[in-house]
Every structure is written in structure tokens, then in C-alpha cells.
Design a protein around this ligand. Sequence first.
Ligand code: SAM
Length: 250
Amino acid sequence: AGSLYVVATPIGNLDDLSARASSVLAQVSLVAAEDTRHSARLMRHLGIAPKMISLHDHNEGARVAQLATHLANGEDVALISDAGTPLISDPGYVLVRELRAGGYRVIPVPGPCALVTALCAAGLPTDRFTFHGFLPAKGSARRGRLEQWIKAPETLVFYESPHRIRDTLTDIAGLFGARRVVLGRELTKTFETFLDGDAGTLLEQMAADPDQARGEFVVMVEGAPEVEKSSSDIDAEALLGALLAEGVGV
Ligand code: SAM
């Protein structure tokens, strides 16, 4: 049987496509792409013209059986998205899950991913982080989500669109106050910028220079400071536990 290659493509700079990705795309029988017209540009850049079919959120389920047939016939298939790594805030999860369950080989061809690109140059702790994809579009749902993370000690990472970046920063300013935020904007592209400061300061910078609110963003928020338990707190807890265990009414 053939294999499914999950191939990462550039997030802005075409030179970031790996040599392996380029040879896989040239060799497979079929490329499943989110938007085939968008990806045709990448193929032209590579000087190849593979057969392509669309695979997006609305037809992914229906595509599974079709692509499994190609694999069963011994043909290799590549999955790409418009930018970066497929499945990361992009389609492909259902396909990969089902093909793996069907016993097919799924081979990752790693490369660009906006969240890792942003984190590795932001200067925020990277030993622990959580990635949250896109926040809810509605204000109340978005604030509800952000509230859940206020006490999280790890770096928070999420994606944001230019339409909502100001609203999201306003919500972060309200909930996280002076907490450090780093914005990675237009990564790997001509106008790549990192803005660093509390959310209120970043909003002021955007007001002064509206270009700073354009393009694609990765938002990173520093984790909450760890609260060390003082020894007297621990003793009180231990004492309370012991008293309760003894059945003493407290
Ligand atoms: N699969 C992609 C990846 O591996 O990063 C993410 C796809 S998601 C639909 C698109 C979002 O990723 C954008 O709204 C933005 O938040 C982020 N993104 C993609 N390219 C970016 C770039 N060059 N600079 C900053 N953020 C980017």
C-alpha cells in the first residue's frame, strides 16, 4: 500500500520548504491541499505540477475513503495546508486518524510551524507552554477562555487574525494586567516584527503605528509566577488534615 506524507510548507518564506518536502511533493501521485489554487503557486515555484485535490474542513470526512483507495492501490499521497504544518489549526486530523486506524503508514515531513517559529525567538520560557489554536471569535467566550488561563504557570501561545488582534489585546490587558506579552507578526516575511510588552503598551504601539496591527500573528503570554507555599501554610494544612483524620471537629 502507499503512504500518506504529511508535509509542512512555508509560512511566508518559500526558501523554508525543506529539500525532503520538495522531493516528496514531486514524487507522490496525488497532493491533497486545503486550497488547490493557493498551493498551485508553491508547485510553480518548485517547477512541478502534481495532481491535486482539495481537502478542507467541509469535505475532509468524504475525502477519507477516496484517499484510502489511492493508498490501497499502492499510490503515495501528500497532505499539505495553505501554510505551515497540516493539522496545526488546519485540516487533516480526521484523515490522519482514519488512515492510521485503517493500518496505513502516515509519514511526517516536518518543517515550518508558526507557533514554534514564534516561540524560538520570543525570549519567553519554552520549557513549558500550551498552544490553544484560535481563541473564540465572540468577546464573552474569548474572555471566558482567557480567564481560565490566568493562573497557568506555562507560556500561553495562540493564533490571532488582524481583525481581532486589538480586541484580544484589550481583553488580555483587562485580565492579565502588566503580564508580559510577545507578538510575533509576519514571521519569515519582509515585515517580520516582534513586539514585547504588556498588552496595554502593545495597543499603544498599534495606535501609534497601525501597520503593527496588520498581517498574521502569534500571541504569546508569559505564564503566571509560581506562588511558593510558605512553610507556615504547609504546617497549617498538615495540622488540619491530621485533625480531620482524627475525627476532631474543626
Ligand atoms: N498550520 C499553520 C502552522 O503550522 O502554523 C497555521 C495555520 S492557521 C490557519 C493560520 C494562523 O497561523 C494565522 O492566523 C496566524 O495566527 C498564524 N500564522 C501563520 N503564518 C504566520 C506568520 N508568517 N507569522 C505569524 N503568524 C502566522
